[in-house]
Write a protein that binds this ligand. Structure first.
Ligand SMILES: [Zn+2]
Ligand SMILES: [Zn+2]
Length: 325
């Protein structure tokens, strides 16, 4: 199959892949053409971000590969294990909560193992925030405690077992990125090999004078669905940052930047072809096998909670799989 210039620019050479995989990655050519491929070509699986971003904001596959190469030179931890570290204390109804018959942490582990198919994912024993030396504040809109997220990275880096690639903390307490900013659902440090996500219970935008005035998420999603959505989405997004992926400006994609939870909920749970190519190089999966694994996890989500978002995501995976058949 002949590869056009556009796809070579964003996803690199596809020579070593089978025809169907090549065809799938070729869908990335819709980006520079500024229009989605016609229906029969790609079933509109990916929507380009328009107008086109300045090239300086783009991280193409070859740029990603170069930054990974440099990072590897300085990296001591080179294992293929991704560790999740619950940072409590948590209320009992959270630690005892079950999703599809699994403890919440085990469910998240399963989800990450499907998303990063090829890496091993483990859950470390829960620790308490009180044992970590970090800056805290009480946000004036919500009257709730927040933790300065960057303060957690050195601690997490130390907690990463020798066979680990990275650690992702899962914090019960909300996070903030810097003094002037309100809130962040999660953040990652590629250099410190660690990330933190939170349950994001108290986004200040949803509050006024200490009272919740708006709900987050789209209509019809119940609280449990919103919790799962926040956790799965931020876990996968931040972990991708740990694997060197920058924010995506090519397509609507899990790696798009978002400035609020509302915006995050509008973005897909999945990667565009450009970001997928990077993750595939990192995890070394077959894209079909990975989609099958993810589909299984999404079906579990749909059985556990009522959520249009998860249902739409499962339907999108079905369309991808039929394209790849
Ligand atoms: Zn991000
Ligand atoms: Zn992307």
């Amino acid at each position: 199959m002949m590869q056009d210039k556009n796809t070579k620019y964003v996803v690199g050479s596809l020579k070593k892949f089978d025809n169907v995989t090549q065809k799938f990655y070729q869908l990335s050519s819709g980006y520079l053409q500024g229009s989605p491929p016609s229906l029969d070509q790609g079933n509109n699986l990916f929507t380009p971000m328009l107008p086109l971003a300045h090239p300086i904001h783009r991280q193409t596959y070859s740029q990603w590969k170069y930054s990974m190469f440099v990072n590897t030179l300085f990296r001591r931890k080179r294992g293929r294990n991704l560790y999740l570290l619950p940072i409590g204390p948590f209320p009992a109804d959270i630690t005892e909560t079950e999703v599809a018959g699994l403890r919440l942490w085990d469910f998240l582990k399963g989800f990450a193992a499907a998303f990063f198919y090829g890496l091993d994912v483990h859950v470390l024993p829960e620790i308490s925030l009180e044992n970590i030396d970090c800056t805290k504040r009480v946000h004036k809109n919500t009257n709730q405690k927040q933790v300065l997220v960057g303060d957690l990275f050195p601690y997490l880096q130390k907690m990463c077992p020798p066979d680990g690639y990275s650690v992702v903390g899962i914090s019960w307490t909300d996070l903030y990125p810097s003094e002037e900013l309100n809130f962040v659902l999660g953040e990652a440090s590629f250099v410190q090999h660690s990330a933190v996500i939170s349950f994001g219970q108290f986004e200040p935008k949803l509050y006024k004078d200490g009272l919740r005035v708006r709900e987050c998420g789209s209509e019809g999603e119940d609280e449990r669905a919103i919790m799962l959505l926040k956790l799965t989405k931020s876990l996968c997004h931040e972990s991708c940052h740990l694997m060197g992926l920058s924010h995506c400006v090519f397509f609507q994609c899990l790696m798009n930047e978002s400035s609020s939870m509302e915006q995050a909920f509008k973005q897909p749970l999945f990667l565009c072809p450009v970001c997928l190519r990077k993750l595939q190089k990192m995890c070394k999966f077959d894209i079909r096998e990975r989609y099958h694994m993810l589909r299984e996890m999404l079906i579990k989500c749909c059985q556990a909670v009522e959520s249009q978002y998860f249902a739409d995501s499962a339907e999108w995976l079905d369309r991808c799989l039929s394209f790849l058949d």
